[in-house]
Design a protein around this ligand. Sequence first.
Ligand SMILES: NC(=O)c1ccc[n+]([C@@H]2O[C@H](COP(=O)([O-])OP(=O)(O)OC[C@H]3O[C@@H](n4cnc5c(N)ncnc54)[C@H](O)[C@@H]3O)[C@@H](O)[C@H]2O)c1
Ligand SMILES: [Fe+2]
Length: 387
Amino acid sequence: MTAFAFNSTSSILVGAGNINQLADQCANLGITKALIVTDAGIVSLGLHKAALESFNRAGLPCCVYSDVEADPTEGIVDTCLSYARSENIDGVIGLGGGSSMDVAKLIAVLKGSNQPLSEMYGIDQLKGKRLPLIQVPTTAGTGSEVTPISIITTGETTKAGIVSSQLLPDLALLDPMLTIGLPSHVTAATGIDAMVHAIEAYTSKIKKNPYSDMLAREALALLSANIEVAVKQGSNIEARAAMMLGATMAGQAFANAPVAAVHALAYPLGGHFHIPHGLSNSLVLPHVMRFNVSSVAGLYAELAPIIAPSISEKGIDDEKISENIIAYMEGLIADLGLPATLKSTGIEADHLPMLASAAMEQQRLLQNNPREVKLEDALSIYQAAFE
Ligand SMILES: NC(=O)c1ccc[n+]([C@@H]2O[C@H](COP(=O)([O-])OP(=O)(O)OC[C@H]3O[C@@H](n4cnc5c(N)ncnc54)[C@H](O)[C@@H]3O)[C@@H](O)[C@H]2O)c1
Ligand SMILES: [Fe+2]
């Protein structure tokens, strides 16, 4: 067996109503004043209230920073850090989707560190320890609660990742009740993002390993069986719980067997056209899968019965099974009501060469792709996704 490493969040609590024990969990970690990092949407829905009530009951001080925006910028990290320093907090909670959780991770590191944010990008560049950190996801998508990654918008159009083991939180607190009100289009896009994490982890070129495989398969089983119900019957708590657990398992998988060309081609769509992360992935997924078939048809064929138990595999080869599963994913994306073409999101044909060049800058991700992606390949994939 090839040598490998597997790391994850050391404690994961799963259960409806878990949010009510947030303050107790903070106290267990020795936190005496907590900062909740979240966004205005979460606050306007009142999703932070149960958390605040738990702090009141426990008599533990807590303050809230709620100005995180989707695809958070360095400026947001800076203002949140100033607030954290002015309040002299000693523990951080990320409450929200990937955007809030990614900012929370960095605040937990930056609060006690003199290292500038600009020196943290890349792999294992972080110096110093972090404050106690709890992540509470409110989308079933990014898996940020179990990844050592924070994704920050670094310029007008670019995103960059900070990858370091210090960014794994002490605790991921999963409460599916928090996702009951997630709008259907966000449920769909973030759910496809989670499925992409599992698919890309399972086909990841360099670090794929038995644990990541096991988690990717189980994640896909949960996500595939529940995504349509979660999108169409948002208050179905069983479906919401399965999606949340599936997204976390997919996060554990790709934290150790990293994502590849789907994400590399998705990031420029977010950077240049502000297309949400999950939808960006959904738009390019079938086309990157088609490009990869010649390298990983056998692996796609292994995933096919997990994703779509109804698809018959009898008497057909792995390439044909792969084609069927890609067509199934296209049908699922359409059924969930997500746009299927770049054109329908306002992107023009003239933009594609620029997007292909931007995708080539994501070498951190492209090196994990099972088939080498050259500039002309990235352009062909965008052209296939265009209309
Ligand atoms: N750290 C990682 O490992 C990792 C992995 C993938 C993506 N990301 C990053 O995560 C970000 C995307 O995160 P996301 O897709 O979770 O979305 P998000 O955090 O950007 O939130 C999107 C919107 O959904 C709303 N929302 C969140 N939860 C809700 C709820 N329960 N009910 C109603 N509305 C709710 C938010 O208010 C926000 O307006 C991107 O910046 C992406 O780059 C990080
Ligand atoms: Fe993702």
